[in-house]
Design a protein around this ligand. Sequence first.
Ligand SMILES: Cc1cc2nc3c(=O)[nH]c(=O)nc-3n(C[C@H](O)[C@H](O)[C@H](O)COP(=O)(O)O)c2cc1C
Length: 163
Amino acid sequence: MTQPEFEPRDFRNALGKFPTGVTIITTKNESGELIGMTASSFNTVSLNPPLILWSIDKGARSLPSFGEGHHFAVHVLSEHQQDLSNTFATKSEDKFAGLDVTFGIGEVPLLPEFNARFQCVCQHEYDGGDHVILVGRVLDYETADCNKPLVFHSGSYAKVSHE
Ligand SMILES: Cc1cc2nc3c(=O)[nH]c(=O)nc-3n(C[C@H](O)[C@H](O)[C@H](O)COP(=O)(O)O)c2cc1C
């Protein structure tokens, strides 16, 4: 199949027209290090069985920690958690500094604040070009009272105002 040459920045801008929520996805690696990264590629897949997906850049340092069979937790962020989103979008060594972390299924680090939180096990892993698509089975979930999400749109954060 012939692939038209897209100008990368223009293509990225076009994709950015689709507003998304913002999540932080956490796990613990085999050396016991706490791993976490900001991801807006999270989406729902199936209600029964309960499945979600997200995709991770093949260049992400965290990639080896999120394969099939690994547990992870998805934290859907609220509008006041922009700074936390930025922290987990860096390559910092200690993104968890100062956070009151607890541990969940599979010893996965859980962040104290979220709009919704899904504890998952990675059930499938698919090649997705320069990303890997991870499908997680949801083992447990919680929601919080705050229903104002953090949104990402056209390369910057946005807030939702309901009609
Ligand atoms: C709003 C936002 C959404 C992001 N979504 C994703 C995503 O879905 N997948 C991904 O691989 N990186 C995503 N990133 C980039 C990663 O958070 C960033 O590359 C981070 O440094 C990865 O951490 P690591 O290098 O420690 O693995 C996003 C960044 C931001 C600010």
